[in-house]
Design a protein around this ligand. Sequence first.
Ligand code: ATP
Ligand code: MG
Ligand code: MG
Length: 329
Amino acid sequence: SSRYLNDFEELKPLGHGGFGHVVLCKNKLDGRHYAVKKIRLKDKILPVNDRILREVATLSRLQHQHVVRYYQAWYESGVSDSYGEAAWGSMTPLSSTFSYKGASATDAEHENKTESTYLYIQMEYCPRTLRQDFESYTRFDKELAWHLFHQIVEGLAHIHGQGIIHRDLTPSNIFFDARNDIKIGDFGLAKFLKLEQLDQDVGVPLDTTGVSIDGTGQVGTYFYTAPEIEQGWPKIDEKADMYSLGIVFFELWHPFATAMERHLVLSDLKQKGELPTVWVAEFSEQASLLRRLMSQSPSERPSASELLQHAFPPRMEYQLLDKQPPSAI
Ligand code: ATP
Ligand code: MG
Ligand code: MG
């Protein structure tokens, strides 16, 4: 029998990415909502499975109040019907310790062409992304901008403390939970520092430009991608995320009135390192932090833990409002 069908009621699709669908589900036992990612493992190509297992392994190591909570993952195998949906077969639980060797076990299950294996990942459901807030032209007051940035930096410090680089930190992958707290999620491209040091071949192949088109047909990640990733440096460290964080920080302090304005301003920032003069005059402190985060040399960028120690205004009101964040204007 299928654990997924037994334990979950599907409520609505949340979207899909390169590897599978994400569905809002209700757990029949605890009555709570979860985002369940369903990934069909039909390919026998090892790097594909490798990337998926990397995502699962990454999630299982992260437990933090500002990182999307991971609950469990399991495999189910079944026979595909004409719609590409599963007819449910036997269930194969994942071992508690995820390893890259797991990929060969799943490959063995692919001997029969009509059988597909599905990987399910049960995650905390996050109803909104920061991207949606940016696109609704929300203006963030000063306290809210610092509050959100502080939560993002706390989550990132935990991620980096685990030796993990996110590599795809964008407003689309920064979620809000039901309490309006920040949750960093979507570790599809995350990569372990140690593995990178041991064996470059384990790495995720990147396209040469770092450009990708998201579901809305817009360039999703280009503005946020660190120059060393675009240039294909052999060794990427966690400072790549600090570059991306800088652009997110800028957007918190510089709301855009139109998509065109956003495109023009972020293009100038990316290509020429130019900031709007009027903005710099008003937010000189933020501008100097942003310039440090956007340093071409990764080592010149501050780390997340350094930011937590030095970058925030002391005793800001937002820190006292932790249980009840200030609302947007
Ligand atoms: P890519 O394949 O490049 O990672 P993606 O990030 O759009 O693309 P997924 O990570 O599969 O693809 O996510 C698919 C959709 O599900 C996205 O719209 C994302 O916002 C949504 N989503 C992912 N995780 C959650 C979650 N925990 N709660 C709510 N929605 C989520
Ligand atoms: Mg995403
Ligand atoms: Mg993704």
